[in-house]
Design a protein around this ligand. Structure first.
Ligand code: G3H
Ligand code: ZN
Length: 285
């Protein structure tokens, strides 16, 4: 499977589009993502963080992925922000074809050692692996602070360090910190495009932009032009899900779940569709 995934990233890199990675922790969100991808004929990554897959179930995520793949084979299940070797082993053994080892909170040399260990295990099992260098701050929710008051320069990815990091670890792709952060903040993120350009030049690797919620369409387009190949979206889907659910519950006629949940997946789908169009992933299957 790893080589098929690499081929898709290569296609994205050459044709100038980015693969959307959308997080899910409920069936309604998952359904919303798949419906949008199918409608727009887009390859898509469905992702679970550690918390999300603890809630949904690790084996259950793989089981759903296998069911979906039979109807729509252009889907990749991805283990997002996985912080330990044990957890990497767990998701690889469960059948995730793509994983993200996030050692960004570790000291640089320690991050290299632990990432390399995760890479060796993933590659031995034919699994694609993303590493992370530089710290992507915040969680996938709304924040009361301004990002500019939180984001300090030392959190950003250093281009020459990134070159060494990818060489020593052998990761297939790299998540970078260029002014992006998880969640929606009181101010708009300001992306450092010069840094992105340098990281791409130095590493030549597939690059990943986390913290997609709140980034403008223009900034997405520019990021893709400069070498971003995968973009992660979570908070906007969580907000869409919650609002549609609250509305459904408020206007419900009775207690039948498929009635008050009726508009949840379509609401999520709309957000996913918008992003697929911006990322130019439509008609790329
Ligand atoms: O790993 C997940 C993403 O980076 C999501 O970021 O919640 O800002 O969309 P977001
Ligand atoms: Zn992330």
């Amino acid at each position: 499977m790893r080589h098929q995934i690499i081929s898709l990233y290569k296609k994205a890199d050459m044709k100038g589009f980015a693969i959307g990675a959308f997080n899910f922790s409920t069936n309604e969100i998952l359904k919303g993502i798949i419906t949008a991808a199918q409608k727009l004929k887009a390859p898509v990554i469905i992702a679970t963080s550690e918390g999300e897959r603890n809630f949904f179930g690790c084996d259950e995520s793989v089981a759903m992925y296998n069911v979906i793949k039979k109807k729509y084979p252009y889907v990749i299940l991805h283990a997002d922000h996985t912080h330990s070797f044990q957890e990497i082993k767990k998701v690889v053994d469960a059948g995730y074809p793509s994983v993200h080892f996030d050692g960004s909170k570790l000291q640089y040399r320690h991050n290299i050692r632990e990432t390399k260990r995760a890479v060796d295990y993933a590659h031995a099992n034919n699994v694609f692996i993303e590493g992370e260098l530089g710290s992507i701050t915040g969680g996938s929710t709304t924040h009361k602070e301004k990002l500019k008051d939180i984001l300090t320069d030392d959190l950003l990815t250093n281009p020459s360090q990134a070159k060494e990091f990818v060489e020593l670890t052998g990761v297939d792709s790299l998540a970078i910190s260029i002014g992006n952060a998880h969640g929606i903040w009181k101010d708009k993120p300001k992306l450092d495009f010069e840094r992105l350009k340098q990281i791409k030049e130095q590493t030549g690797k597939f690059l990943v932009l986390h913290g997609g919620s709140g980034i403008s369409a223009n900034d997405f387009r520019k990021s893709v032009e400069l070498g971003i190949n995968k973009i992660n979206i979570n908070t906007e889907l969580r907000i869409a899900f919650a609002h549609a659910l609250i509305k459904g519950l408020h206007t419900r006629e009775d207690y039948t779940p498929y009635k008050y949940l009726k508009n949840v997946s379509p609401t999520v789908s709309k957000i996913v569709e918008e992003h697929i169009i911006i990322f130019k992933t439509n008609n790329k299957i």
